[in-house]
Design a protein around this ligand. Structure first.
Ligand code: HEC
Ligand code: HEC
Ligand code: HEC
Ligand code: HEC
Ligand code: HEC
Ligand code: HEC
Ligand code: HEC
Length: 422
């Protein structure tokens, strides 16, 4: 199977090149859209340059998952183990991929019957590691995803999500759309087809950085540096001054699920309407079909909170801070609307008592299994999913039973004042 498809691919490429060389007219019809983003690498200043004037925001942002969503491979950033015995993954066909450290570089090497089949360097890390990390090999201008991923929930190496369990695949090209969601900017140099693209590895801005959400800021930095007395900002966008829809569109660029692009990756900028860059997303109509991975915008828009108020992502999230697992803090934010005199109160308020106010989240935004991020752990017949918070805020009777049960157990242990739960 794999061989045939490779032969087909190679033949296809040869034909394509011949057609290009002979200037064959039929090529035009199949020509990939020329994806030249309107933004250039030189328009960026890099987040380190913001530190001198926006010190607090800069420091906090270093701890966010956005900041570490992509980085250069390093011992510090790669979470998986290189220790003997813990550094391999065995496929169904007997092939073994071993993670190795040589000098200052990191490799994934495939062995079959003791012979090296393939060895590729891990150059870029994708993922802060909250759920996991995948690794990219950079060979010249070509970026490829490596077969082995680190899966945080099981604290072990696993097969990359969506990869076949039977054999190690080293041939998946990384597209500009993948990079658009995980980096601030990567300069594309060529688009051979929508799947095969080339990038300039010297022009990468790692992580989801300041300039991804505020726009390229070289001009802002130059202006404010030359005019240190100017108290008003120039050449920069503050999303707080934009409309609700513009704010939602900024986050939806990456948290709006699988969108079909109609313009160059990296050309969407803060303030733009998503509609000018992507085809309408039909999934928005049917929340039961939306995966918890990557489409918080779609799920949220199915919620009454969203439909009957001016709620945006920023009502609950602070874009500059890592607030992971601060459930009580998020619950307070629910209560800015759901408190007496404002929106409806929880119907359980009188039956569960004050304990309820510490955690609205486990009952109304429970963790659910993702269908799209699921990996094969070694030897497993079924993929193991990651669990994520759903953003479809509603009433989940089963989750309520679980939480009530836990509350009772806590009370039985005497950890809570008996008055807390009635
Ligand atoms: C030389 C100082 C300086 C540097 C460097 C600088 N800024 Fe600013 N920035 C300012 C000043 C002054 C303001 C206006 C006062 C304020 O809002 O803090 C401002 C305001 C802003 C605003 C709010 C704009 C508004 O309309 O409310 C944003 C967003 C911003 N800067 C982002 C950045 C980013 C991102 C960087 C780095 C790429 C950066 N700044 C680098 C001085 C600077
Ligand atoms: C350029 C793409 C991109 C944009 C724009 C973006 N995000 Fe993200 N966001 C990501 C990626 C990728 C991750 C996962 C990072 C990781 O863990 O590696 C993430 C993670 C998160 C998380 C979970 C981590 C945490 O800190 O708790 C939150 C919350 C979040 N984003 C909110 C937002 C909000 C709100 C906006 C709009 C203001 C936004 N994002 C804009 C790509 C983006
Ligand atoms: C439409 C935007 C989008 C695209 C395209 C996309 N991702 Fe993601 N990815 C996200 C967001 C958002 C998150 C985190 C939140 C979530 O899962 O909902 C994430 C999470 C991840 C994580 C887990 C991060 C962590 O620290 O837990 C990995 C690994 C990852 N993506 C790799 C990739 C790779 C590799 C590609 C391309 C081959 C890719 N993603 C394509 C948006 C995207
Ligand atoms: C994920 C998107 C995102 C990233 C990354 C991000 N910001 Fe912001 N930033 C926002 C949003 C959204 C607001 C408006 C918040 C609101 O509605 O009050 C904002 C507001 C600001 C403001 C206005 C003043 C304030 O305190 O609210 C400044 C200045 C600023 N950001 C600077 C930065 C700098 C510097 C960085 C990088 C170190 C950065 N931002 C990274 C989304 C982001
Ligand atoms: C910006 C205001 C706002 C915020 C913040 C907010 N909500 Fe709501 N919520 C609403 C409105 C408005 C409704 C609809 C009330 C009605 O039916 O009249 C609603 C409805 C609900 C409902 C009923 C849903 C249904 O399908 O019947 C639940 C449950 C709920 N919210 C929980 C939460 C939780 C939990 C949070 C925090 C994670 C939260 N809300 C944050 C405004 C908000
Ligand atoms: C133990 C689980 C649990 C917790 C904790 C919880 N809720 Fe609820 N909530 C429910 C259930 C179940 C219902 C539906 C009850 C019914 O219809 O009789 C509900 C109903 C609601 C409603 C709809 C009320 C109406 O009149 O239609 C809102 C709004 C709401 N909750 C908000 C919240 C907020 C805000 C918090 C945190 C301060 C919270 N809930 C904490 C389980 C919970
Ligand atoms: C009503 C409050 C609320 C709103 C609005 C909201 N979120 Fe969240 N979000 C939460 C809570 C609560 C969590 C769970 C935090 C935790 O467990 O650490 C969360 C978690 C996340 C995560 C991490 C998911 C995971 O399980 O790893 C991402 C990504 C995220 N939100 C993005 C967004 C985006 C994008 C928007 C806007 C489309 C948004 N959120 C709007 C409350 C909200």
């Amino acid at each position: 199977m794999k061989r045939i498809s490779r032969i087909q691919l190679v033949t296809g490429l040869i034909i394509f090149v011949i057609m290009l060389l002979t200037n064959c007219t039929s090529v035009d019809e199949n020509k990939p859209i020329t994806f030249t983003p309107v933004v250039d690498f030189t328009a960026f200043a890099g987040s380190a340059s913001c530190a001198s004037c926006h010190h607090d925001i800069y420091e906090k942002h270093l701890h966010t998952e956005h900041y570490s969503s992509t980085s250069k491979a390093s011992a510090e950033r790669i979470l998986g183990s290189f220790e003997d015995g813990k550094n391999q993954y065995v496929f169904d066909n007997g092939a073994t991929v071993v993670m190795q450290r040589k000098d200052s570089a990191f490799y994934q090497t495939e062995y079959a019957n003791g012979q090296v089949q393939k060895t590729e360097r891990m150059d870029m890390v994708v993922g802060s590691g909250r759920k996991g990390q995948s690794y990219i090999n950079i060979n010249g201008n070509r970026f490829t995803q490596l077969p082995i991923t680190y899966f945080t929930a099981a604290a072990q190496w696993s097969n990359s999500p969506g990869y076949p369990p039977h054999n190690a695949a080293f041939d998946r090209p990384i597209t500009s759309r993948c990079l658009e969601c995980h980096t601030t900017f990567v300069q594309q140099v060529k688009s051979i087809s929508p799947q095969v693209e080339e990038f300039d590895k010297t022009k990468i801005i790692y992580g989801i950085d300041c300039e991804r959400c505020h726009g390229p800021a070289a001009k802002h930095v130059a202006f404010q540096t030359q005019n240190p007395k100017a108290t008003e900002a120039k050449f920069i966008v503050n999303p707080a001054k934009l409309s609700r829809q513009q704010n939602l569109d900024l986050c939806s660029l990456c948290h709006g699920g699988r969108l079909q692009k109609t313009a160059a990756s990296f050309s969407f900028q803060v303030g733009d309407s998503i509609a000018g860059f992507f085809a309408p997303n039909k999934n928005f109509m049917d929340a039961t079909n939306i995966d918890v991975h990557g489409n918080q915008a779609g799920l949220l828009s199915a919620s009454k909170c969203f439909q009957l108020s001016q709620l945006t992502c920023n009502s609950c999230h602070n874009a500059h801070e890592n607030e992971k697992d601060k459930i009580a803090l998020f619950s307070q934010r629910c209560q800015t609307c759901h408190s007496s005199g404002h929106q409806k109160l929880c119907k359980l308020t009188d039956t569960i008592g004050t304990a309820i106010t510490q955690n609205c989240i486990d009952c109304h935004m429970p963790k659910q299994a993702s269908r799209s991020i699921a990996v094969y752990l070694q030897g497993a017949q079924q993929p193991t999913p990651v669990f994520m918070r759903t953003h479809w805020i509603k009433i989940y009777p089963k989750e309520t039973d679980k939480v009530k049960h836990l509350l009772k157990a806590t009370r039985a242990k005497g950890n809570l004042n008996a008055k807390e739960i009635r």
